[in-house]
Design a protein around this ligand. Structure first.
Ligand SMILES: [Zn+2]
Length: 329
């Protein structure tokens, strides 16, 4: 079977619909978090979220909001056959819990249960859990992973899983299949001595403002992940060029497989490769870029780096890569 037959490729920047800011990983005092349900909901309403998935461990914590769509969800877990002996998976859009409520034997079984019960499965904080590309690839029901987990990043410096994400894409043979979300994984969102929220979020392009449309976007990859930067446009063309529009950036990168990709930098003293800055703002920051065709691989993804360190990550998309030997099987 060809890779293209196994997943849907969606360009959220050209698809019709509405952009919705989603927080897909957070905890209340129903599991190991501090805020009450009402406190957490009010917190994320104030943060400008449109969609909230409360992911208490092995619970579906329900609450009501007058401004946000409440996506029923949980954080489930599976055994791992080596230290740390546990992996965790976000179950987005499930209406019931596994019985008995105990760890699955494998990531694959956990993800499959989620999909069989109408949900979308994302591997949580793979770097924090010391997971490998093989762990991800052992579970074909996974839709993606957390490329960024805010709590892990600010508290232990291991919330960024972009390297693992690219290894999954390169080693798995279906580079467009693994999507990347950004989340808070907040446990103390309202703590006056230090919050672990408003760090990472996912911006979906939903065909309408409904839970079904949000879940469809999370399945198809019609979204980008953010810690502050914005992706405003992404257009791969038939010739293999990629046009990117973004919030003012210090650098914009086209990532791909081994040896491939490009980056442009707002600082004129830094060398660019494989791309041309088309527009800058009044401060000289990058707002539009055109990347040249890739050399080897038929997929790319974009990341944006804001001057304050905020980032945005696109999902992988098909583009360029002429060498047949480098095409995934
Ligand atoms: Zn969590």
């Amino acid at each position: 079977m060809s890779a293209a037959a196994t997943f849907v490729v969606m360009n959220p920047f050209t698809a019709p619909g509405e952009w919705l800011r989603c927080q897909l990983h957070c905890h209340t005092d129903q599991s190991d978090g501090e805020p009450t349900i009402a406190e957490l909901i009010a917190h994320y309403e104030a943060a400008g979220c449109d969609v909230l998935a409360i992911t208490d461990h092995w619970l579906i914590t329900r609450g009501e909001s007058s401004t946000m769509l409440m996506l029923p969800a949980s954080e489930l877990s599976s055994k791992l056959d080596r230290a740390p002996f546990e992996a965790e998976v976000l179950a987005l859009g499930i209406e019931e819990l596994p019985e008995p409520r105990e760890e699955f034997d494998s990531i694959a079984a956990c993800a499959q249960w989620i999909v069989d019960h109408g949900g979308v499965a994302y591997l949580a904080h793979p770097r924090w859990s010391s997971l490998t590309a093989d762990d991800y690839l052992s579970a074909p029901a996974l839709t993606g992973l957390e490329v960024f987990n805010g709590g892990c990043e600010v508290q232990q410096g291991n919330g960024l899983s972009d390297v693992l994400w690219d290894l999954v894409k390169q080693q798995g043979g279906t580079p467009l299949a693994a999507k990347g979300i950004a989340t808070d994984d907040s446990h103390q969102a309202l703590n006056p001595d230090g919050s672990d929220s408003r760090l990472g979020w996912t911006v979906v392009k939903a065909s309408e403002r409904t839970l079904a449309a949000v879940l469809a976007a999370l399945r198809s990859g019609a979204f980008y992940a953010s810690t502050g930067a914005e992706l405003l446009g992404l257009e791969p063309d038939a010739a293999g060029n990629v046009l990117v529009r973004c919030s003012p950036a210090a650098a914009v990168t086209l990532h791909s497989g081994a040896w491939d990709g490009g980056r442009v930098n707002a600082d004129p003293a830094v060398a660019d490769l494989g791309g041309e800055i088309l527009e800058r703002d009044a401060d000289g920051l990058i707002t539009a870029v055109r990347f040249s065709p890739l050399t080897y691989w038929p997929w790319g993804r974009i990341s944006v780096l804001a001057p304050d360190g905020g980032r945005a990550w696109s999902n992988p998309f098909p583009v360029g890569g002429e060498r047949e030997a480098f095409r995934p099987v």
